[in-house]
Design a binder for this molecule. Structure first.
Ligand SMILES: NC(=O)c1ccc[n+]([C@@H]2O[C@H](COP(=O)([O-])OP(=O)(O)OC[C@H]3O[C@@H](n4cnc5c(N)ncnc54)[C@H](O)[C@@H]3O)[C@@H](O)[C@H]2O)c1
Ligand SMILES: N[C@@H](CCO)C(=O)O
Ligand code: NA
Length: 443
């Protein structure tokens, strides 16, 4: 049990940033100090909270004596720094400063880790400082520690999941309530799911950063943000969602890291999933990640992927883990170890199924012409639908004017698909290719 009165020579903690996540971490460290100290086995004490604006309203009122605007001074005096400012700077220089003086760092900053992770890990290895970032992927879900530690005796071959709460919330709202994109985004911002600049969520950059972090830990080789193929959800329309629904699919933004013999393809893009797929039932801001390992087989991790309170749970788990190690050091993971054999591969090396939605001329032979183009590029058709005539401003046009064709292909390479779509666009009988989306039917 925790001592009734905690001695003052506790492990000292400095918190940088008191926004959605930081305010909840401050609350836990103050209100649950005895519990956290008992879990660590040594007293811990929050000695300061660096903020940009001391007067800003917060989800939890931070005691005035803890507040400072001098983040550097705070970093220089504590044993453990919790960085929850977000973004590249000043978060990057503050973390580097802490690691260089040997202080432990806990952060949820995926943007920073996906671009400077290797460099920051090297500094940490040099000074013996701990650097933990469980909150950076999947919010509350324990995913990084299982991948890094529990599965360290196995070979992971694939990681696939929904890793951005904001976009899952938006797509789910559009699918279930018909909500407009902008309204759903505004709601996700209000609920504390979105990044300070929500473009990072909407354009897939946040999910791509998480894919790089997951790929690095899963494959024991370094991958960075710019090695992840990335398409966000800004081009997904209500029409796409309705057409997908009519064919028994739901659209989700997936992050996929897949190992091949000579490397790995990491990609983030909107994906059609059959409604029966386990990831199809992941609603709201929840996240879920499949991990496939040679011996373990399939594993699935599910939970709240965003939001201040859930994310603070992952931060606190890292704080406890790192604080324990400050008192009793243990060997750290050597980090990347399989790097030599695993290069990042371009998106052309990915193989998946595709959904193609086209407006075509409604006349004989159209389907045969389309099928010929696909066959010429070794792309075979799994299913084809003709859901009725094209509508103009809500009116069903005369059937002479056109029809819609929706095709789902079998597995095809990205390169073959790309060439197929180019050629389809050039056919006289194809008026427009409305959308091309990747499809995943397997876990
Ligand atoms: N919100 C989530 O659901 C969630 C989940 C997982 C990870 N994260 C990550 O956690 C971090 C924080 O996210 P958040 O949602 O709490 O962001 P937020 O924007 O709510 O909070 C960041 C806070 O940092 C403050 N700040 C900015 N510059 C500062 C400076 N120089 N010194 C001190 N404070 C400064 C801002 O005023 C703001 O209050 C980000 O890296 C984010 O990507 C967030
Ligand atoms: N903006 C992120 C926060 C969690 O990392 C999301 O929506 O998933
Ligand atoms: Na997590």
């Amino acid at each position: 049990m925790a001592p009734a009165t905690l001695p003052e020579d506790a492990i000292t903690i400095g918190l940088l940033g008191a926004g959605n996540v930081g305010a909840q971490v401050a609350r836990t460290l103050v209100e649950e100090r005895e519990l956290i100290s008992a879990r660590v086995g040594t007293p811990v004490r929050l000695t300061g909270v660096a903020v940009r604006d001391p007067e800003a309203p917060r989800d939890w009122k931070i005691p005035g004596e803890l507040i400072t605007t001098d983040a550097e001074a705070l970093v220089d005096e504590v044993d453990l720094v919790v960085e929850l400012i977000g973004g590249m700077e000043p978060a990057g220089e503050l973390i580097e400063r802490a690691l260089r003086r040997g202080a432990a760092v806990v952060t949820g900053n995926k943007a920073l880790l996906a671009s400077r992770g290797a460099e920051l890990n090297a500094i940490a290895a040099e000074t013996g400082a701990a650097l933990r970032f469980e909150a950076s992927v999947g919010g509350a879900i324990p995913i990084l520690r299982p991948v890094e530690e529990s599965l360290s005796g196995d070979r992971i071959t694939k990681v696939m999941g929904i890793v951005n709460g904001t976009t899952n919330y938006i797509l789910d709202q559009m699918d279930t309530t018909g909500a407009a994109f902008d309204d759903a985004l505004a709601e996700a911002q209000k609920l504390g799911y979105a990044e300070a600049d929500p473009t990072a969520d909407v354009e897939g950059h946040d999910a791509a950063a998480k894919a790089a972090i997951l790929g690095t830990l899963a494959f024991h080789a370094p991958f960075s943000f710019d090695e992840v193929y990335c398409e966000g959800i800004s081009a997904v329309t209500q029409d796409d969602i309705e057409a997908a629904a009519a064919s028994g699919y739901v659209i989700k933004l997936l992050a996929i890291a897949e190992k091949q013999a000579d490397g790995a393809v990491l990609r983030v893009h909107p994906t059609l999933l059959p409604r029966t797929h386990p990831l199809a039932s992941v609603r709201g801001a929840f996240n879920a990640v499949f991990v496939v390992a040679e011996n373990a087989g399939e594993l699935m991790f599910y939970g709240q992927g965003a939001g201040g309170l859930p994310t603070s749970s992952a931060i606190m788990g890292d704080v406890v883990s790192v604080a324990r190690r400050l008192r009793t050091p243990v060997a750290e993971s050597p980090g990347v170890s399989d790097a030599v054999n695993l290069a990042p591969l371009p998106i052309e090396r990915a193989t998946t199924q595709y959904y193609i939605d086209m407006d075509v001329a409604d006349k004989e032979g159209v389907i045969a012409e389309i099928a010929q183009v696909l066959a010429a590029h070794r792309v075979s058709i799994e299913s084809m639908r003709q859901p009725g005539s094209v509508t103009v401003e809500g009116e069903v046009e005369d059937s002479d004017n056109g029809a819609k064709v929706q095709i789902v292909t079998h597995l095809a390479s990205e390169k073959d698909l790309h060439e197929t779509v180019q050629e389809l666009r050039d056919l006289d009988v194809v008026k427009t290719v409305n959308s091309v989306l990747r499809v995943e039917v397997e876990k």
